[in-house]
Design a protein around this ligand. Sequence first.
Ligand code: KG4
Ligand code: ZN
Length: 337
Amino acid sequence: MVILGIESSCDDTAAAVIKDRTLLSSVITNQDVHKQYGGVVPELASRAHQQNIIPVVDVALKNAGVRAEEVHAIAFTRGPGLLGSLLVGTSFAKGFALARNIPLIEVNHLQAHILVHFIQEIGQETKAPPFPFLCLLVSGGHTQLVRVDNYLTMKILGKTIDDAAGEAFDKSAKLLHLPYPGGPHIDKLALKGNPVRFEFNKPRIPGLDYSFSGLKTSFLYFLRDNLQADPDFVENNKADLAASLQRTIVEILVSKLKRAANETGIKDIALAGCVSANSGLRDTIILEGKKRGWNIYIPKFSYTTDNAAMIAITGSFKYMESNFSPMNIIPKARMDF
Ligand code: KG4
Ligand code: ZN
């Protein structure tokens, strides 16, 4: 069973080929055009997807050693994401399915982030979590605690009521004059800083939901007050500010994860999404895991960012259930599962 996966939800155009569960190729092009604007510009993203999609698929097939005629189904990201960007991938997938007369499979981008844990690579051992497991899914647009009962049966136990964890990193990084996206820059700076030097407000949200907008405001006011006394406050304390901010974000994320683990009794804990690349988050989860007897599953760095391997693996699970999509399917900017 050979599945071609297409991802175009934000600013990366990606294609991947999976045979059964084994990854044969994965190609991603990043769009540099957004850097100068300090964020993704949706219209520019759509145009870049248009330019990239055919060459990216071409290279993915070539790298996999697979001809277009050998693909059994095409899986694509239906949402959530930027509508114009999603449209490019959706239209391409429809055209490919129609031309080759093969099934079309819609994939939920968030579900796909979680299923990276089941991708196998040639010559490498995969340590996949057993069901049910808990997954902390953290990305630029989403922060969710998910109970995963099976490949395609998942329940969101909690999610952010405002900003995502990635946004908290990015918006705070902007205040520290770091380039976009700021998360990786904060991570790097934090390695050199004192994480307990500064305290910022943490939210008090009941249940398993998250909130990050208060932290952003607390950080903003803290900088404003200190800049009045010392105009070089940010420059002189950048590493400590980054480390203290990162510790706070990680503490917020992990406190609800602990609560979810206690409430469900589940000890298999996975991370997924772009922010799961964060070293502070990885180290803290590993430490908590040792203390609490959790089995921890952390994705490879290449699977934390948006990629099409995750779309292809999700497509392969749907293919096995003959869970196909009609030709009149339309992408969706917002989507839960
Ligand atoms: O590319 P992106 O928008 O994709 C998805 O949302 O799926 O996500 C990138 C997000 C940005 O918010 C970025 O700052 C964050 O992930 N990020 C990180 C790290 N690497 C990426 N945040 C903290 N630490 C990192 N190492
Ligand atoms: Zn994503």
